[in-house]
Each structure stands twice: as structure tokens, then as C-alpha cells.
Design a protein around this ligand. Structure first.
Ligand code: SF4
Length: 265
């Protein structure tokens, strides 16, 4: 099979992980079990929770080989949707490690972590960052707009099960869309005490969201990389609000909290 879709991209400079080479195991049609209101890919084209092979592992590795000597801090699987939907996830992670010897990271929305096979494959990564935006079921529906059979309770059960078997670095990534009141702060701390992450990453959607599928959305651009194509601005909080929240979380829990763009508490 000839690869016509660029499944390896970057390196991009990530505020969380340094120089990162991106791997896209999903490919041409954006596919995810979420359709987050702020998603940089545009509206998700294929909403699904079913695993399948989107891009052959061999094709990804052939492309990755061209990026030698891989002068990056990490090789990151995210791309055009939810990477755990790729049925060859484990094979891809293993292949990247063998070929490059670099650290691997998977950014996931955690909706598939109740599947023991997904947990087993994901455990091969060195670092995993799980998304936690909706603190209550209603928020999950509003912010992440998941497929029908996804629930917050199910996501948390899956993360907990994964946490128990994962020996790498587990982080929580949270997009803050509006200032949190005391109840939200309390609830977040409660959820962190269940998940027990090594690190928390707080962000807010300062970039405009493209309305249609954008390949550029996979990268880590500042400003608006979408030219005059249609975008919408999502509600976000100011930098100081985010930093105050980060400081509070770190002070209360002792967990390292990274806060976009570059603050660490
Ligand atoms: S989980 Fe990621 S890829 Fe999926 S819709 Fe949300 S931001 Fe987009």
C-alpha cells in the first residue's frame, strides 16, 4: 500500500513535552469517540468507539524511518482522532520504540480504557496523558460530546484500572473553558485523588476552532493557522485564572501542575 497521507508530522514544540514528533494512527478521516467543542481537527468526521486498523504499522514505520536520527524528546501518538481506536496501537508503539529508541507518549480521551486489550497495548507507552474536561456527566456531554455509550463513570473506572497496571508516567490533561467555582475545584481534587496522576496539565482553548477538517490542527500552532477558512472562537479563561487554579491544585495535592503556555507549579 502506498502512503499518500502524512502519518508522521512535526516535530512540533509541545508546551508539555518539549520537541515532539507526531504519529497519526488514524489517518485521512478524523475519527474519535468524542467530538470536543474545542477540537482543532474541526468537527469530527467519523464518531465511533470501534477499533480498527486505519493505517498499516509498516507504512507508519517506513515514514518514521525518514525522520532519522529523531532528534526529539518524545514521539507522540495522537493525530487525527483517538489513537486507542487504532487496533494496531500496541504494534505501532513497539515499532516506534525499536526503530527510534525514543520515549513514546499517547494522548488519549480514555474512553476505551475499560477494554483490557487497549490497556495492555497502551501500557507499552512510556507516558500516557488522559483527558479529563467534564467534571460531571452533564459537563462531559456539553464539552466532549461523546458517542452514546460513553459515560463519565465508565471513563473513571477505565482510568483507574489502567493506573493499576501502568508503570510509566500517567498525566491528566484538562481544558478549562470557564472559571471554576469552589464546587468544581473540590470535584477536580476528588477526581485527582482517584486517578493519582504524576502530573496535571491545564490548558484553555485560546486557538480558534476550525469548523471543518483541518490537517493543520494536528500540530501545535499559535494564533490562527487556518487562513480565511471558517473558524469559531471558543470560550476560554485568561492566563492568570489558569495559573491561580494550577497553583491551588499543586499546593493542595503536591502534584506537578503544568499550565499553558509554560508555567510549572
Ligand atoms: S478527544 Fe481529541 S481528537 Fe477527539 S474530539 Fe476531543 S480533542 Fe478532538
Amino acid at each position: 500500500m502506498n502512503v499518500i497521507f502524512p502519518t508522521v508530522y512535526g516535530p512540533v514544540v509541545s508546551w508539555r513535552y518539549g520537541r515532539s514528533l507526531g504519529i497519526d494512527p488514524i489517518g485521512a478521516i478524523s475519527t474519535c469517540s468524542f467530538n470536543c467543542v474545542y477540537c482543532q481537527l474541526g468537527e469530527i468526521e467519523h464518531l465511533s468507539g470501534d477499533r480498527q486498523i486505519f493505517v498499516d504499522t509498516a507504512d507508519i514505520l517506513v515514514e518514521l524511518d525518514k525522520f532519522a536520527p529523531w532528534q526529539v524528546d518524545v514521539v507522540t501518538l495522537s493525530g487525527s482522532g483517538e489513537p486507542t481506536l487504532a487496533k494496531n496501537l500496541g504494534e505501532i508503539i513497539q515499532g516506534i520504540k525499536t526503530l527510534t529508541g525514543r520515549l513514546t507518549l499517547v494522548l488519549t480521551n480514555a474512553t476505551l480504557l475499560n477494554d483490557a486489550q487497549v490497556r495492555k497495548e497502551l501500557s507499552l507507552a512510556d507516558k500516557v496523558s488522559v483527558k479529563l474536561d467534564g467534571l460531571w456527566p452533564t459537563q462531559l456531554q456539553k464539552i466532549n460530546r461523546p458517542i452514546a455509550d460513553v459515560s463519565l463513570e465508565g471513563i473513571l473506572t477505565g482510568i483507574k484500572a489502567f493506573q493499576q497496571q501502568f508503570t510509566g508516567e500517567l498525566s491528566v490533561q484538562t481544558m478549562v473553558l470557564q472559571p471554576w467555582d469552589q464546587a468544581a475545584e473540590h470535584r477536580y481534587l476528588e477526581l485527582l485523588s482517584v486517578i493519582k496522576p504524576r502530573e496535571v496539565q491545564l490548558n484553555t482553548p485560546t486557538r480558534p476552532k476550525p469548523l471543518q477538517r483541518e490537517l493543520e490542527g494536528r500540530g501545535n500552532h499559535t494564533g490562527n493557522p487556518y487562513g480565511d477558512r471558517p473558524v469559531t472562537q471558543i470560550k476560554c479563561v485568561d492566563g492568570q485564572t489558569l495559573q491561580n487554579l494550577a497553583q491551588k491544585i499543586s499546593g493542595t495535592t503536591g502534584i506537578i501542575v503544568r499550565c499553558a503556555p509554560l508555567k510549572v507549579f
